[in-house]
Every structure is written in structure tokens, then in C-alpha cells.
Design a protein around this ligand. Structure first.
Ligand code: DGL
Length: 272
């Protein structure tokens, strides 16, 4: 049987948390990772410009990698661009959105924290998830300006500044009417790279929701329903990361991708 070719996409290294879960769920799959490092970080982009950028970059990536399934392993991208991507390209897409529904199912205090990028917290889509699934809860949404960058630096081998980290996450730890936050949604794929450090600076223990394994199960289901192209010549090998700027070729960055299962790389130059 042919292996399904899966293209994972993020602005940077965060989608590696999803890639790891997909590799575990589907050890037979041919995985290619892509990072729009020329556009990183996505958190501060204006919506229309970002949607346009994502559709353009995915067009080039799909043409290069010829995937059977594309995983948008980025909340900031998924919450604005899924409809535009599905309109533009025929390949099936799986997205990643903040795990508000499981958080609402798990909270006992009814107080939920959502850590995400500034872009994701402003999205209509995120607010409608809260209205639909967590209308009965108090939800503290926080757009953390530097958290994705801190996660990337950690993966590159730099020390995490714990005082800075503490300030980035503090706004989701709240007390209300005798209760306190007991569930925190990691609403950006970069953040599970920092779960241990976040737990260390948190004022009290909570449940952290990392949706990667649920996304991986969804990817496996979609791949099973999708006709697989089979072997095609001249596509990136399994374990390749495609970057959109040669800036990402710094050796500590490539080493980080290598340790996460993507030891090969290519640059598809797509300047912003
Ligand atoms: N990893 C991305 C997400 O899931 C975004 C990080 C960024 O580019 O700011 O939202």
C-alpha cells in the first residue's frame, strides 16, 4: 500500500508538536514539514494580509510537495484561512483551533484560561468557539506577545527566561468568586514546547490542554478517507522541512528541526 504524503504547515517550529503526534499516530506516513519563517511570527499580522500570505505560500508548498493531506498546524492561520484554503485548493485540509470544547468539558471551577497569539485571541472564530462551547464558563483569553518566540529559542537550545515567561502566562491564572483557573488551553502549537516551564512558573497546578494527539487522530481519519497518489518522483523526501527564507538555515535552527524528526531541508524563497 502507498504511504500517504502529509504536509504540515506552521509559521515556524510550533507545528512540530503536531508533527510529533502525527508521526506517532501514523508511523508509515511520509511527512514533510513546512515553516513560513519569512513571515514568522504570525501573531501580529493584520487579518487580510495574513490570509492572502497563507493562501499564496500554501499554493507554492502544495505544488512542491504534492501532498495527499495538508495539516495547518497553526491556530493563528487556521482561525482565519481555512475557508480560503479550501476554496483555493482541492487537497483535504485539517486545521488546528483552540481546544475550548475539551476545556469546557474538563473544568470543575468553570474558570478557563486560553493562551494564544494576539491574532488568535482577536479572531471572530475564537469568540464563536467560546460562545458555543464555553458560554457557561468564565474564559480568560490572553494574547501572549512573545511566547511563540520563547518556544523557538528553547528549541534552538537557548535558556528560557523564566521571569519573562511568568509575565507572559500570568493573565490566564485568575481567581473569581472563590474559584480559580483549573484548565489552561495551549491555543498556539508552539506552547506545548514550553509546558514544563509554564507549569513551573504557574501560581498553582492546572490541566494544560495540548490538542496535538486529537489532531493526529483526525489526520489519520482524513488520510484513510483520501485516495493516496502513491510514489511521485521529485518530491521532498520524508523528514524534509521546507523553509520560506534562507534565514532559517542557521545551524541551531536546522539542528532543532533535525532532533524533531526533520533532518533534511529545502528553501522555497517566498519573501514577505
Ligand atoms: N504556531 C502558531 C499558532 O499555532 C503561531 C505562532 C506565531 O507565528 O505567532 O498559532
Amino acid at each position: 500500500m502507498s504511504k500517504p504524503r502529509i504536509l504540515l504547515f506552521d509559521s515556524g517550529m510550533g507545528g512540530l508538536t503536531v508533527a510529533t503526534a502525527v508521526a506517532k499516530q501514523m508511523p508509515e506516513a511520509h511527512l514533510v514539514y513546512s515553516a513560513d519563517n519569512a513571515g514568522f511570527p504570525y501573531g501580529a499580522w493584520k487579518e487580510d494580509a495574513l490570509r492572502e500570505r497563507i493562501v499564496k505560500v500554501l499554493g507554492a508548498l502544495i505544488a512542491r510537495a504534492k501532498p495527499d493531506v495538508v495539516v495547518i498546524a497553526c491556530n493563528t492561520a487556521s482561525t482565519i484561512a481555512m475557508a480560503a484554503l479550501r476554496d483555493a485548493y482541492k487537497v483535504p485540509f485539517v486545521g488546528t483551533v483552540p481546544a475550548i470544547k475539551p476545556a469546557a468539558a474538563q473544568t470543575k471551577s468553570g474558570i478557563i484560561g486560553v493562551l494564544a497569539t494576539p491574532g488568535t485571541v482577536n479572531r471572530e472564530y475564537t469568540h464563536s468557539l467560546i460562545h458555543t462551547y464555553a458560554f457557561h464558563c468564565k474564559v480568560f483569553l490572553h494574547g501572549a506577545p512573545r511566547l511563540a518566540e520563547i518556544a523557538e529559542q528553547k528549541l534552538r537550545g537557548h535558556k528560557v527566561d523564566m521571569a519573562e515567561l511568568k509575565d507572559e502566562v500570568a493573565p490566564v491564572f485568575r481567581k473569581r468568586d472563590g474559584g480559580r483557573t483549573d484548565v489552561v488551553v495551549l491555543g498556539c502549537t508552539h506552547y506545548p514546547l514550553l509546558t514544563d516551564e509554564i507549569a513551573e512558573v504557574a501560581p498553582w497546578p492546572v490541566i494544560y490542554i495540548d490538542p496535538s494527539s486529537a489532531i493526529a487522530r483526525r489526520v489519520a481519519d482524513v488520510a484513510e478517507e483520501t485516495p493516496v497518489h502513491g510514489e511521485i518522483e521529485d518530491v521532498p523526501a520524508h523528514g524534509t522541512v521546507i523553509l520560506t527564507s534562507a534565514r532559517g538555515e542557521a545551524s541551531e535552527t536546522l539542528t532543532a528541526y533535525g532532533t524533531m524528526g526533520f533532518p533534511r531541508h529545502e528553501v522555497l524563497d517566498l519573501p514577505v
